[in-house]
Design a protein around this ligand. Structure first.
Ligand code: F6R
Length: 607
């Protein structure tokens, strides 16, 4: 969260910075700001709210200068006001920051004691004030910055510029990502290579704890002790062009329509078309002997992991533990030596998941990550990455990345089952066929739009909604409820269908719709009984099912959304898309900001 960018160059900086901020807006949109050096003086423009507001300010009061820094904010410390918008600083230094300075209160007290005057409520200002004090004490900029970094606790990616130093920018990272971009007679810093993609493909990633002194002609990198470290430049593969909505109303609508393609592309990477078998890259561990898998992730990615657990346990008969990353790390579960840590993340930068990755590694686990951003910190720290081929996901709420994660996890479960001898060849063939059928089935879902719209009209009226599912469809219910909360601000809870009678049933009346995901099959009768219980108490039942399920529940459900028939193995993937579509239709009725819902950011780089 929070996007930072910087440039030392020979062209006007503000338009470059603004364009890069547009590509970073997914990291937060509470406020935005840019500072440049103008005749040696620091000038800045800031605005509360979305980036467009800053655009208006810059139009009224342009900001010349060839060296500058920019920021798009997801507020942590201090309200999302213009006053708290980055860049922060003094006449001498200007700073943008992504992360949290955990010892900001004690630093602030100390700096105030020394006469530094603060003007914001942010943790970031302590960095600017500390560098400013060091400069006042006679230190050169790089010395002042290094001395400051030594005092900081917490997570940061920082970029700083200095008055009277048009050829200098300093960047630093600890726990939050920072990329250095190498241009022709210009240099860049950015939270990720996507932000820098239109400017340069030549990227070096700072290692954790390192910092960089950037000039127009290059960068020197140092470790925390100030010793020079090598700078490894890579070629980024990310697209530099603008990512448009292609005629859709929202990125979410576009990304929902990309499900069939994304699932197909992801499966293509993992299934050999000639043999129709799942093929994994060479593994640095042996799936036959891994004693246990620990799945961890956050939010939707965690729900994908829960479905993955179901598949791994049922098809490969391997013990799997699953916990959200922010809990796993502190729970300190006993880990079997040589076990496998399975991390799932769209961005590859989520701070909680990254911290869990590191603690799993410290606990002697192999690290396998399912990631959508190949050039991410988690990718660099994993033993093996299985790519989701979802392409850039712009809507803050995840949709296509989620089904791509499920596609990878399904293949992993098949490969693990084969390796461990729990899958017969016939079963493998059956499951692979079910996967290969998925893109076609997913495309058929768009024909359900009228039925989903009818269901959306019921949900849009509600203050609270209950989502139910059983087995691999419980995480589908969680995903549906999360998506609804995120983009419509309607309160929703998801329960394992069998749990409803143990408490949440007390909530049910005519005003609380019950949304259930229940295809026919082994668990259907049990779930159907739970739904009858809800109906008997006046609950309005909206049921996602298949033709056989619909025939059974015709009289019970107020609205039936009948998905195409699918194998039980892949049904959770189709149902996930359908519940995401429901949330989108409700958001349209509510008129909310679908792509950038309030209070959220896409890449959550603080713990
Ligand atoms: C929900 C959503 C979030 C993310 C979560 C993890 O729509 O997008 O819950 O799934 O923040 O993010 P990644 O996958 O980037 O680690």
């Amino acid at each position: 969260m929070c996007g930072i960018v910087g440039v030392v160059g020979s062209r006007e900086a503000a338009p470059l910075l603004f364009d890069a901020l547009r590509r970073l807006e997914y990291r937060g949109y509470d406020s935005a700001g840019i500072a440049t050096l103008l005749n040696g003086h620091i000038e800045r423009r800031r605005a509360e709210g979305k980036l467009d507001r800053l655009g208006e300010v810059l139009e009224r009061r342009p900001l010349p200068g060839v060296t500058g820094i920019g920021h798009t904010r997801w507020a942590t410390h201090g309200a999302p006001t213009e006053g708290n918008a980055h860049p922060h600083g003094t006449d001498r230094v200007s700073v943008v920051h992504n992360g949290i300075i955990e010892n900001h209160a004690e630093l602030r007290a100390e700096l105030e004691e020394c006469g530094q005057v603060f003007s914001t409520e942010t943790d970031t200002e302590t960095v600017a004030q500390l560098v400013d004090l060091n400069l006042k004490l006679g230190m050169a900029p790089r010395e002042a910055a290094h001395a400051c970094l030594k005092r900081l606790n917490g997570a940061y990616a920082l970029a700083m510029i200095f008055a009277g130093q048009p050829e200098l920018m300093i960047g630093a990272r600890h726990g939050a990502p920072l990329a250095v971009g190498f241009g022709e007679d210009e240099m860049f810093l950015g939270s990720d290579s996507l932000a820098l993609a239109p400017l340069t493909r030549r990227i070096a990633y700072l290692r954790d704890g390192d910092w960089a002194v950037v000039s127009r002609s290059g960068a020197e990198m140092f470790d925390a002790a100030g010793e020079p470290v090598p700078c490894e430049i890579r070629q980024s593969a990310l697209p530099g062009g603008a990512i448009g909505k292609d005629g859709y109303r929202h990125y979410m609508e576009k990304e929902l329509h990309e499900h069939p393609l994304v699932i197909g592309q992801t499966l293509q990477r993992m299934i050999d078309p000639a043999t129709r078998r799942v093929v994994l890259p060479e593994l640095p561990f042996d799936l036959r002997t891994v004693p246990r898998i620990t799945v961890t992730a956050c939010g939707s990615a965690f729900y994908a992991g829960m479905i993955g657990r179901w598949w791994l346990e049922s098809e490969a008969r391997i013990p799997v533990d699953a916990d959200v990353a922010s809990e796993l790390r502190y729970r300190e579960p006993p880990l079997a030596q040589g076990g496998l840590g399975l991390l799932i993340s769209q961005s590859g930068e989520t701070a909680d998941t990254l911290a869990a990755l590191r603690s799993l590694r410290a606990g002697g686990q192999h690290v396998l990550s399912v990631l959508n951003v190949a050039e991410s910190t988690m990718a660099r720290e994993s033993d093996l990455v299985l790519d989701t081929v979802a392409g850039p996901e712009i809507c803050v709420a995840s949709t296509k990345a989620f089904t791509a994660q499920l596609s990878v996890l399904a293949c992993l479960a098949i490969a693990t089952g084969r390796a461990r001898g729990t899958l017969t060849e016939a079963r493998e063939e059956e499951l692979v066929q079910a996967l290969l059928d998925l893109p076609g089935r997913a495309a058929e879902l768009f024909a359900l739009q009228p039925a989903i719209r009818d269901a959306a009209a019921v949900v849009a009226e509600a203050r609270d909604v209950l989502y139910l599912g059983r087995g691999a469809h419980f995480p589908v219910a969680l995903e549906g409820a999360l998506k609804l909360k995120e983009i419509t601000y309607i309160h929703a809870e998801a329960y394992a269908a069998g749990e409803m009678k143990h408490g949440p049933i007390a909530l049910i009346d005519r005003t609380v719709p019950v949304v259930a995901s229940a295809p026919s099959g082994r668990l259907f009768d049990k779930t159907a009984s739970n739904l009858q219980e809800a109906r008997a108490r006046g609950g309005r039942l909206l049921l996602f099912t298949d033709p056989a399920g619909a025939a059974r529940m015709e009289r019970v459900a107020e609205q039936l959304i009948v998905l195409p028939e699918a194998h039980a193995f892949t049904a959770p993937i189709l149902h996930s898309i359908a519940v995401q579509m429901l949330a989108y239709e409700v958001a349209l009725l509510k008129g909310t900001d679908v792509d950038q819902p309030r209070n959220l950011a896409k890449s959550v780089t603080v713990e």
